[in-house]
Design a protein around this ligand. Structure first.
Ligand SMILES: [Zn+2]
Length: 131
């Protein structure tokens, strides 16, 4: 995983036998995640390879568990919570892959990783799981 700009990453594509990172991942300002394999894997295949679905790439403004903080009496929407956690988990997973492959994490990656870590910790604490 290698940074090629703010909130951008390059990773090995999980949908084909990728030896050099050919998967570009970008998070836009509204939280939409853009995924593109330069060898042409369909985005749906890339997501399927990591157990995700297309809808998870798009933020749902009204129900986003992390963007809008929960008010008293407001209920979590399970699917949205899962989608939000899956997005953060994907960031952590890509970082783990980079570490496993011996590739250095760049500064922007580390910042995004810290953000993901904070969000996952918040989710864990919400359900009483303290680490
Ligand atoms: Zn690919």
């Amino acid at each position: 995983m290698k940074t090629n700009g703010p909130e951008r990453w390059l990773a090995c594509c999980p949908a084909h036998d990728d030896r050099s990172p050919s998967l570009a991942i970008r998070e836009t300002e509204d939280g939409t995640i853009l995924v593109k394999c330069f060898t042409g894997c369909p985005t749906a295949d890339v997501l399927a390879a990591v157990g995700m679905e297309m809808y998870e790439l798009f933020p749902r403004r009204d129900n986003d568990a992390f963007r809008a903080s929960k008010r008293p009496g407001e209920r979590w929407v399970p699917r949205d919570v899962l989608a939000a956690i899956a997005r953060e988990a994907l960031v952590v997973m890509l970082a783990a892959e980079a570490v496993h492959a011996g590739r250095p994490l760049e500064r922007v990656d580390l910042a995004r990783l810290a953000k993901a870590s904070g969000r996952l910790r918040g989710a864990a604490e919400e359900v009483g799981c303290h680490v």
